[in-house]
Design a protein around this ligand. Structure first.
Ligand SMILES: Cc1cc2nc3c(=O)[nH]c(=O)nc-3n(C[C@H](O)[C@H](O)[C@H](O)COP(=O)(O)O)c2cc1C
Length: 245
């Protein structure tokens, strides 16, 4: 198989790491490659903040919901949308920098594309990664801890490190391609539910192989969205300069 596709297909989130750090030149290589991701209108609306202070890593492990990998990974980064550079440019020119929902989305989409490229760049070099949406659990506290400037939107964390081979996990199955790739028109509900049933069977097998009988994918989905979470995000991101209404 094509080695890039092989790396992509081998992805699984890693939550158990050996204590090895990551050399700066490896990080630089990964970041530089990731920056080549497509970016809306070449705006490059993202930034990466590596958290290097041990006490800050400890505090973040707690703030993200007691996630040990945040402390134990070889490196931990906050993936951020960034309109700060654009604001600096406008300020230097004496021009307005106008925000709306679109300018926030531009930064979020750019940061997400950059982040996925970064994950691939690390994985291609043999490292394991785990995104940490738990970074949004207590964003005002994360903001204070890391002294996030205006125009910067922390979106999620990223753990990177050498996977502990004794605790290696299998890849998680994904929806059938037909559930994701539609041609011409969106699938009707019955066809989509049939794809979901197929995926539930694959997910149930995946869980059963780990001793978790009776679980499937759709059960996790309806439970997850039967309640809302992180209802304070609009206030936080607006405090950093986003306009979300
Ligand atoms: C934006 C984002 C946030 C995530 N947040 C967490 C997290 O806080 N903790 C965690 O252990 N995994 C987290 N994950 C990993 C997902 O749970 C994982 O990607 C998903 O279950 C699929 O498993 P896989 O990556 O092993 O294929 C996150 C993934 C993404 C993309």
């Amino acid at each position: 198989m094509n080695p890039t596709l092989e790396t992509m297909r081998a992805h699984r989130s890693v939550r158990a790491f050996l204590p090895d750090g990551i050399p700066d030149d490896t990080i630089r290589k990964a970041v530089s490659a990731a920056q080549q991701a497509a970016t809306s209108s070449w705006i490059q609306g993202y930034a990466l903040l590596q958290v290097v202070d041990e006490d800050e890593r400890k505090a973040l492990a707690e703030l993200t919901g007691g996630q040990r990998q945040v402390l134990e990974a070889g490196a931990f980064f906050a993936i951020c949308g960034d309109v700060r550079r654009h604001q600096l440019i406008a300020g230097r020119e004496g021009k307005p920098h106008l925000a709306n929902l679109e300018t926030f989305l531009l930064a979020v989409v750019d940061a997400s594309l950059f982040a996925q490229n970064l994950i691939l760049a690390f994985e291609a070099q043999g490292y394991g990664t785990c995104c940490i949406g738990g970074l949004r659990n207590h964003l005002p506290d994360v903001d204070t801890l890391l002294e996030i400037p205006a125009g910067v939107f922390p979106l999620f964390g990223l753990c990177v490190g050498v996977p502990d081979p004794a605790l290696a996990t299998a890849t998680r199955p994904r929806l059938p391609v037909e559930a994701v790739w539609m041609t011409g028109r969106y699938s009707d509900d019955a066809a989509m539910l049939a794809h979901i049933d197929d995926h539930d069977r694959a997910a149930a097998e995946h869980y059963a192989a780990r001793g978790l009988d009776g679980r499937n994918w759709s059960g996790g989905i309806w439970r997850r969205f039967a309640k809302t979470a992180r209802d304070d995000l609009r206030d936080y991101y607006e405090s950093k300069g986003a306009k979300l209404r």
